[in-house]
Design a protein around this ligand. Structure first.
Ligand SMILES: Cc1cc2nc3c(=O)[nH]c(=O)nc-3n(C[C@H](O)[C@H](O)[C@H](O)COP(=O)(O)O)c2cc1C
Length: 171
């Protein structure tokens, strides 16, 4: 297959962007639930589905989450954010991998519904995030997604070349 050939599913994946500025238009709850409803079909080790989703709308909590580190400010630009948690009691070994997969599905599901977001890093702020939203210690916040309709259209960011990335038979 030539890389020039049109593939709608590839176009969809390649059109996803990190969006950090959102319009004032409120996001209907229905779209948030719809996105999570799609994301929950992500694959997981042993099909254990060690995840849950916290929808945050409370302004005070959003402002606190926006201050967890210097790149978390997009949360303050949104009216709603979704925190993806993985459950280390359910899948002690694979919860982080499974959590990252379901988080990626969620990002793509939001994109599919015309919503925009950006993955906000959480790995070193787990304790602080749990404290802000009263989450129990066995739940690990894998990612925070501030959600909204886009107020910017960022161009594609550069990617490393295929030649640099692919190896055959040995490194
Ligand atoms: C694990 C992970 C953590 C990220 N953390 C942040 C973050 O804290 N703040 C932010 O603005 N963007 C964050 N990003 C977004 C990346 O900067 C973005 O995906 C990358 O620059 C490529 O741009 P694109 O998503 O538009 O293709 C994160 C992305 C991933 C996958």
């Amino acid at each position: 297959m030539s890389t020039a050939e049109k593939l709608p599913c590839a176009d969809f994946l390649l059109s996803r962007r990190s969006v950090r500025k959102f319009s004032d238009e409120p996001v209907p709850d229905e779209l948030i639930y719809r996105a999570i409803d799609i994301a929950r079909f992500a694959p997981s080790a042993h099909n254990a589905q060690p995840w849950s989703f916290l929808v945050v709308k409370d302004r005070e909590k959003l402002e606190k989450l926006a201050k967890i580190h210097r790149w978390s400010k997009p949360i303050a630009n949104s009216k709603v954010a979704i925190i993806v948690f993985s459950d280390e009691k359910v899948s002690p070994k694979s919860h982080l991998v499974d959590g990252a997969i379901v988080a990626t599905y969620l990002w793509l599901a939001l994109h599919c519904l015309g919503l925009s977001t950006v993955w906000i890093y959480t790995l070193e702020q787990a304790e602080e995030i749990r404290r802000i939203v009263n989450a129990p210690p066995h739940l690990f916040p894998v990612a925070i997604f501030p959600v909204g309709f886009p107020a910017e259209s960022p161009p594609p960011r550069p990617r490393r070349s295929l030649e640099e990335l692919v190896h055959v038979d040995s490194y």
